[in-house]
Design a protein around this ligand. Sequence first.
Ligand code: PMP
Length: 418
Amino acid sequence: MEDETVTPEGLPKRTGNNLDPWYHHYAARAAGLSASEVRALFAVASRPEVVSLAGGMPFVSALPDEFVMGSLERVMRERGPVALQYGSGQGTESIREHILEIMAIEGIEATLDNLVVTTGSQQALDLVAKLFLDPGDVVLAEAPSYVGALGVFRSYEAETVHMAVDEHGLVPAALQETIDRLTAEGRRIKLLYTIPNFQNPSGVTMSAERRAEVLQICRANEILVVEDNPYGLLWFDRPAPDAIRSLDEDGVIYLGSFSKTLAPGFRVGWALAPHAIREKLILANESAILSPSVFSQLVIAEYLEQVDWRTQIDTFRGLYRERKEAMLEALEDHLPELSWTNPNGGFFVWLDLPPELDSKAMLPRAVRELVAYTPGTAFFDDGGGRHNIRLSFCYPTPESIRLGVRRLANVVGGELDL
Ligand code: PMP
């Protein structure tokens, strides 16, 4: 009888997914790499007639172009061969010195030695996950949490367990209960992933008291805290409390980035790690990328030396504050029956929909009506967020924001009439 599993040439027949003949070759962890269902819609949403309240793109046009150009030129003129070469896997000294100065604003004391420069903080997240997560491990995170971090944890076959958040941030009692429950189930909890400032996507900031409590619970249960803080300096009325890392240098990996205070195109972020971890982090960085871009690091260092960057960050704060206010006013005008968060910084507002509305199912209709948002489900690993929407106010002008919210209100009204 003919063997149906081989070709006439005797080669094994490929079965499975016709679209991808290599389907059966993938490592198990590749299963965690699935495109979000809303990705295709976002391509449509990038058409100019659509008001996008979806992406989290910083408004880089507000940067002083001439200083960026001047920094680029000076780096090339004075240090071209160094800038274009491979560099240290830990990052250049000059940028690490600037990073120490930036982190000091949030109460962090550290040494150059424990700082590792990465290709954006996204890559730092990947390195941390690679170092600490085995399949089946648990990462604790806020409900909701940053979609890009959830994807990284999934790609290392870990499970994210979400915990309740209120207007003061992560609820310590929920953290303790979750730890007790998972421990009783025999699960291995490795990390707490938190975005304490102007959280993506909720906009919530963790209070100083909560920071201390959360840290204490994690220390008592031997859970490493990963503090992801790309938005901390972009406050509106008052600075956020000092970083969790300022309270403890041995139990926290702190992640920072130039993406929101300067520009994401440089792809420069960093990890500040406990001394015992930092060597592994450098080795993992070298293994992944050899070295972060020397060119980008030198240009940023040059820029920071030439520009009054604190004033520049202040300009960003004013710009984003105005956009947030435009968004909240428009929500009050057009969707007064709904509720939303009022962030004191960052890029995002989190909107609660009536329970009969499904944010993902509603998105195609919204795009037809020329407004885009990110459905809440993107920010949960457990199916949560169906009745939530993340609205970004960072990129569109205040006028576009008002127009976008008006269109959104039509969509919500239309759905409720059905
Ligand atoms: N963490 C959070 C919370 C973010 O919102 C982002 C960007 N959206 C990142 C990390 C990654 O930023 P980058 O790699 O540009 O530093």
